[in-house]
Ligand binder design. Sequence first.
Ligand SMILES: Cc1cc2nc3c(=O)[nH]c(=O)nc-3n(C[C@H](O)[C@H](O)[C@H](O)COP(=O)(O)O)c2cc1C
Length: 360
Amino acid sequence: MSLFDLARTALFTLDAEAAHGLSIAALRSGLVPACRVPPDPRLKLTLAGLVFPNPVGLAAGYDKNAQVPEAILNLGFGFTEVGTLTPKPQAGNPRPRIFRLVEDEAVINRLGFNNEGHEAAFTRLTALKTKGIVGVNIGANKDSEDRIGDYVAGIHRFAALARYFTVNISSPNTPGLRDLQARESLAALLSAVLLARDEEAVRIGRTVPVFLKIAPDLTEEGMDDIAAEVLSHPLDGLIISNTTLARSGLKNEAKANEAGGLSGKPLFHRSTAVLARMRRRIGPALPIIGVGGVSSAQTALEKIRAGADLVQLYSAMVYGGPGLAVDILRGLSAEMDRLGTTSIRDLRDTGTDRWAARPL
Ligand SMILES: Cc1cc2nc3c(=O)[nH]c(=O)nc-3n(C[C@H](O)[C@H](O)[C@H](O)COP(=O)(O)O)c2cc1C
């Protein structure tokens, strides 16, 4: 039994949120040893003006308050994303609000953007020394009277510190937030956010890339609308996807009824099928980060084949532990050896048609 297997057994006796808090504390204390692999130049990618040492990132929601970005990068991840951050601190929904579905290797959460707010994260990010890629995921307060204004405030607050922004309009746990994906609202949001980004570019002398994170629960028409707006604004990429409200195919029927967003293995199929559909709609130029059920080199590669430039993961860390990024990187390198590929980019889109043809 590995050290992580022992730790996992202990952590799984705790409520999922308590276990998350302990894992953050362990990373902050330095108790989790750094695990890196020698960089593989075939995995290096330049996107939106950023050089990613490898395509495997940690998704938003694990390090909401920017407490451990350096420790995460030391686990081998090519990039990490803090947040979602809202202007004001916010408690989120009542506990319990994170549930493990162990048989399904899945998680359901209805946290509701619990976070310490812009100022606390700003102070931590100011003290960061890493040169690694740390993105900032921004959102709106639940009680905000001007949700678009909250995103604009995020751009102004973090522009000097963020290597990229994620505009998260796809959490299912803030009532009405996903309505920002509707065409007219999305047009207004993107215009305001990208204007703020351009204003900041004049001030800081750097244009910070902005990615839009969308839900997997979209109709074909909904995808058409998002693609049309994305293509008519100078956005830098899409992150596909957030958690799903769907519950099909779960073994753990008792917990399947918990309200919230489902992530992990059962999300893989739907999020990858939406990713491929969006790749077909937006064409080859715009970067896509594929998220949802990535748990291995094989699943990471499938996202890339479906149309992703980069991938992110969260839930699989709960089940696979801190060595997961390194395992995936080793697996990707081995697969490149086997295929004789010199750049991971060459594998992108090799499965787009196959994935786009699969029912959601
Ligand atoms: C406990 C938990 C909290 C999350 N919080 C956020 C968040 O604050 N912002 C966000 O954009 N996504 C959040 N997510 C979604 C993840 O970033 C990711 O999109 C989703 O979990 C699918 O990836 P996975 O299957 O690898 O977990 C959260 C996910 C989980 C499990």
